[in-house]
Design a protein around this ligand. Structure first.
Ligand SMILES: CC(C)(COP(=O)(O)OP(=O)(O)OC[C@H]1O[C@@H](n2cnc3c(N)ncnc32)[C@H](O)[C@@H]1OP(=O)(O)O)[C@@H](O)C(=O)NCCC(=O)NCCS
Length: 164
């Protein structure tokens, strides 16, 4: 599967299934935004599990076509879960996050899943706006979930998107 698309800024991208060879590159992307970034080895271990899948967005004509965004998800017993998603800072607000989430939703529909869940830091306005636009609604909250060095802990919103 290789899905070409053009973003609002007229740049060419492709979406492809995330592969073990992308583990180190997506670990670098993860490090841009997460307090406890996952290592390449951790990504490789997750991708080796048959319940885990993901997609990478690559800019066409950029030489090595390293991922500029990715999403990792898991499907168990009819329920999907977003494990993580990130788009490189220079590539945000062009629709890549939406495309990546849409690819997960399409795969879950194809697998006849019932719902997709995720957890998000309650202060992460960009991600929450994206998820709300995709039809997710809040179904719970966990207190003191995300802790950043030198600051207090933030709560996490648990969000759900029905698929049936
Ligand atoms: C969340 C994230 C993946 C969104 O990726 P993105 O490619 O910038 O998102 P998109 O361009 O597809 O945005 C789609 C819609 O989401 C909403 N949105 C995205 N970023 C937003 C922002 N900073 N402020 C307000 N709304 C935003 C908008 O409705 C946007 O549509 P619009 O641009 O037409 O207004 C990106 O900000 C990111 O990587 N953040 C750091 C990692 C992270 O927080 N991951 C989520 C952890 S749960």
């Amino acid at each position: 599967m290789r899905i070409p698309f053009i973003t609002s800024r007229q740049r060419d991208f492709v979406l492809e299934p995330l592969a073990a060879k992308d583990s180190d590159a997506v670990s670098l992307l993860h490090r841009e935004d997460f307090v406890r970034p996952w290592t390449g080895g951790e990504f490789a271990d997750l991708l080796a599990q048959n319940t885990v899948f993901g997609y990478a967005a690559r800019e066409v004509g950029r030489g090595n076509e390293a991922p500029v965004g990715f999403v990792l998800a898991r499907l168990v017993a009819g329920e999907g879960e977003i494990l993580t998603i990130a788009v490189a800072r220079a590539y945000r607000r062009q629709g890549l996050g939406w495309k990546l989430m849409d690819a997960v939703l399409r795969e879950l529909h194809a697998q006849r899943a019932e719902a997709l869940f995720l957890e998000v830091d309650e202060t992460n306005a960009a991600a929450i706006a994206l998820y709300r636009r995709l039809g997710f609604r809040e179904v719970g909250k966990r207190a003191d979930y995300y802790r950043a060095p030198g600051s207090g802990a933030n709560g996490a919103l648990v969000m759900r998107r029905d698929l049936r």
